[in-house]
Design a protein around this ligand. Structure first.
Ligand SMILES: Nc1ncnc2c1ncn2[C@@H]1O[C@H](COP(=O)(O)OP(=O)(O)OP(=O)(O)O)[C@@H](O)[C@H]1O
Ligand SMILES: [Mg+2]
Length: 138
């Protein structure tokens, strides 16, 4: 799908969010500035969270109070060798919430728990190509 501007990406994410079930673990891939946080904002908004959504770049994870619970991870600055258990991975994936992961390339062995992969490609300043793949249960 081609998204002509940020508003189109937000709208796409809001629609996509409505297909999600509690327990979903969503990898959001794309280069710096591709729109991973924009997609995260749209998903959180559509699921009822009205607060601010921003990249948890330094804290690695933001937990937004919501039903279902929302976990927003940004693994860009995850130090090499850091075990995801230390940031609460088991808690996220057993909480029947929705887990959003920017920079999922750093998940290592935990990749297996991903249920959806979103890929965002920058075509120009404002245009993006977005794809989503649902993983079959392991
Ligand atoms: N079609 C579009 N969809 C999404 N964002 C767009 C689009 N066109 C322009 N933008 C701009 O691209 C930027 C995307 O920023 P965003 O923080 O979401 O990227 P990111 O992938 O999360 O980056 P980072 O890797 O730094 O976390 C914003 O400034 C947004 O306004
Ligand atoms: Mg981001």
């Amino acid at each position: 799908m081609i998204l002509e501007d940020e508003a189109a990406t937000l709208k796409w994410a809001e629609q996509f969010a409505l297909t999600l079930k509690p327990g979903a673990v969503i990898a959001i891939s794309g280069n710096l500035g591709a729109g991973k946080t924009v997609v995260s904002k749209g998903i959180c908004k559509a699921l009822g969270f009205q607060g601010n959504v921003s990249s948890p770049t330094y804290t690695i994870v933001h937990e937004y109070p919501n039903t279902p619970p929302l976990f927003h991870l940004d693994l860009y600055r995850l130090s090499d060798g850091t075990d995801l258990e230390e940031v609460g991975w088991d808690y996220f994936i057993t909480s029947k919430g929705i887990t959003l992961i920017e920079w999922p390339e750093r998940l290592g062995k935990n990749q297996a728990e991903i249920t959806h992969v979103i890929q965002i490609k920058i075509l120009s300043d404002n245009r993006r190509e977005i794809t989503v793949e649902e993983k079959s249960p392991q």
